[in-house]
Design a protein around this ligand. Structure first.
Ligand SMILES: [Zn+2]
Length: 100
């Protein structure tokens, strides 16, 4: 994994939002790359300072929805999969006899 890819994933890494596999790859990279490890430490510190300095701001639901939709679209392959919600994923909507 390259440093530029790590930079894209650092935020998710800090949020614990990465799936196991990319999370492991990020962790492996950080062990061997001082520059990225430093970047992560800096970001972590910045975030905790921001949390202390700023009052909690609620983002509007529509903003959050848009962000989530964008993130799901951009990062579908690295985010944790959503739990399957469909009750009947194995049953077919039509009888098979008409197929063909
Ligand atoms: Zn790196």
């Amino acid at each position: 994994m390259r440093c530029t890819e790590i930079a894209d994933l650092i935020d998710l890494h800090l949020d614990g939002a990465l799936a196991e596999e990319p999370q492991a790859r990020v962790a492996r990279h950080l062990m061997g790359c001082a520059a990225c490890a430093f970047e992560v430490r800096t970001l972590e510190q910045t975030r905790s300072h921001l949390r202390e300095a700023l009052p909690a701001v609620e983002s509007s639901p529509s903003f959050r929805e848009k962000m989530i939709a964008r993130l799901n679209h951009d990062l579908a392959d690295v985010l944790r999969p959503e739990p399957i919600q469909s009750e009947s994923q194995w049953s077919l909507p039509f009888p098979r006899e008409n197929a063909g």
